[in-house]
Design a protein. Structure first.
Length: 249
């Protein structure tokens, strides 16, 4: 299969070995764009047979775009270090069906895990993401946070990626807090303007959507917890944006 695996990393020694092993079941090369990791990420990646390119972090989208020039193949499987294709996604790619279709971007469903627990309730599933594309006509967008893959023709598949995102709640909260800071800065740089009601409104709507409409209430305390987390960080994203607006008047 002429597919390039592309992964951006920073201090991913716990995940990168399994990620590379899984990629080599599908790809004939694996390219790692490493943001100057201080742990054993680079050592493990090279021992596994990946090619490692050091690059100071440019942002989510720009870092992935930077990596495309090192990929020799047109078809790119661009996973995060904590992501591994599920069996149904592996079977689709190995079947080669993408070669005979007119799509250049494929989106998969994400199964998010906290520790060993699959979070498939309260709006956390199906979480869709584009990870497989043809670089001749498609590319990651330039956003620094939560980039998208833009192409001429996109399709969604009911196959999965296992996302082993967080080991515990402390790590979960810390990452969500960092992402809201990046999100707020990105919105500010894009000229987004909000009023003082926006954080409260978005937080409230997020909780109602996750707990009631996405049926988080059917999952007991877990459903309540994850609905509240979604609501809080939806609130915080816009609260941080509001703070940026006031500080930079």
């Amino acid at each position: 299969m002429k597919i390039s695996g592309l992964v951006i990393t920073y201090n991913e020694e716990k995940n990168i070995g399994k990620c590379i092993d899984a990629l080599f079941r599908i790809c004939d090369e694996v390219i790692i764009i490493d943001s100057l990791s201080a742990d054993n990420t680079v050592k493990i990646a090279e021992e596994k047979g990946a090619k490692v390119i050091p690059q100071k972090f440019l942002g989510d989208g720009p870092q992935r775009i930077h990596g495309l020039q090192y990929c020799k193949n047109d078809w790119i499987l661009n996973l995060d270090a904590d992501e591994i294709l599920a069996e149904d996604a592996e079977k689709f790619i190995l079947s080669g069906k993408h070669e005979n279709q007119d799509f250049d971007v494929y989106t998969f469903r994400l199964y998010n895990y906290l520790g060993g627990k699959k979070i498939n309730f309260a709006g956390w599933y199906p979480d869709k993401t584009a990870r497989f594309f043809n670089k001749k006509t498609a590319s990651p967008s330039n956003e620094r946070v939560h980039q998208k893959v833009c192409g001429s023709s996109k399709t969604h598949l009911n196959v999965h990626i296992n996302h082993y995102a967080w080991e515990n709640f402390d790590q979960f909260i810390a990452k969500k807090n960092l992402y809201t800071t990046w999100n707020a800065q990105q919105l500010y740089d894009q000229g987004k303007k909000i009023n003082s009601f926006k954080p409260v409104l978005n937080g409230t709507v997020s909780f109602i959507r996750c707990y009631f409409f996405k049926k988080g209430f059917l999952n007991g305390l877990d459903g309540l917890t994850f609905s509240m987390i979604q609501a809080f960080f939806s609130y915080m994203k816009y609260a941080k944006l509001l703070k940026l607006q006031k500080n930079n008047k």
